[in-house]
Design a protein around this ligand. Structure first.
Ligand SMILES: [Zn+2]
Ligand SMILES: [Zn+2]
Length: 308
């Protein structure tokens, strides 16, 4: 099964990406308005017709948009979020409450895997960030009869990382990772001490150096040759530059595998659609789809943990 990943926009001005498996599309964060989302989708040959579900990382304002919630309502597209997100959005968003009343709000729980669509499984990865509950995700595209999986890791908006996260992001075909800022630029751009402390803190955002260290750990834990693409996410407009983010990541990739392609996501235009195929013999951390389907009861939309 092929997994496709397209960043539509990334940064504090609005975040949205599309994850697709076998024609089923998931809008990962809804931080662009509906028309802007449509324009970005159109630019890569897609449209709202390819969106079948939406998935929320957290409730900071650059990750959801009131009018995009209204669009989900209009199109009958379900939104997957954490219970904590629902509590916050119920207090602040009329459109979220409409979506809820239509039965279109669904929950993921902790780090339990959830089947978002046929053959598309996702595991939430809790991240340390000051946006209350914040999650990255590991997506896997599953063949009903195969153990090989195409996998994508996605982690943005995190102040620090640990061995557990690196382990969860290992053995993916593409890794989308926040390279938020250059530490020197944080101090050089006249920002308030409070903001600098927040961004550099353990509940803020990853610097280029922190992200490069996480990338090195993920590569060390992964099967040689498995990772094909790295996508740099959520670059700060004021305190980062594409060249600095690339200078942090490229040497790490060159040391492990120079063939890995490096992409830097833009705030203003969509990136390329990455097409990820299951690598024959690739190690999957998950059970096969058949096993999961049989383990799942009709009354329980949540899959049990994917530990084998
Ligand atoms: Zn953000
Ligand atoms: Zn955030």
């Amino acid at each position: 099964m092929t997994l496709r990943f397209t960043v539509l926009g990334s940064g504090s001005g609005g975040n949205a990406s599309l994850v697709q498996v076998d024609g089923f599309g998931v809008l990962l964060d809804i931080g662009l308005g509906p028309r802007q989302t449509a324009r970005r989708l159109e630019a890569v040959g897609l449209g709202w017709e390819q969106v079948h579900a939406a998935l929320l990382t957290h409730t900071h304002g650059d990750h959801w948009h009131e009018r995009t919630l209204a669009q989900l309502c209009r199109l009958g597209i379900p939104l997957y979020c954490h219970e904590a997100h629902a509590e916050e959005l119920a207090d602040s968003s009329a459109e979220f409450n409409d979506l809820d009343q239509q039965g279109l709000v669904r929950f993921y729980i902790g780090s339990r895997a959830v089947l978002l669509g046929p053959g598309l499984r996702c595991r939430p990865l809790p991240l340390p960030h000051d946006g209350s509950a914040t999650f990255g995700f590991r997506f896997e595209a599953l063949e009903p009869s195969a153990t090989d999986v195409a996998a994508l890791g996605y982690a943005t908006d995190l102040g620090t990382w640990g061995a557990g996260l690196a382990h969860c992001l290992a053995d993916v075909d593409a890794l989308a990772l926040e390279f938020n800022h250059d530490v020197e630029l944080q101090y050089a751009r006249g920002r308030s001490p409070w903001l600098i402390r927040r961004i550099l803190g353990d509940a803020g955002h990853l610097s280029n150096e922190q992200a490069a260290e996480l990338l090195a750990h993920v590569l060390a834990l992964s099967q040689p040759g498995r990772l094909r693409h790295v996508v740099q996410l959520h670059l700060s407009q004021d305190c980062n530059e594409v060249e600095l983010a690339v200078q942090a990541a490229r040497p790490v990739l060159d040391e492990h595998d120079p063939a890995v392609q490096l992409h830097t996501a833009s705030q203003h235009r969509p990136g390329p659609t990455l097409t990820l195929q299951a690598t024959p013999g690739a190690r999957g951390t998950l059970r096969s789809l058949r096993q999961l389907t049989s383990a799942r009861s009709a009354a329980q939309p949540w899959l049990p943990g994917w530990e084998t």
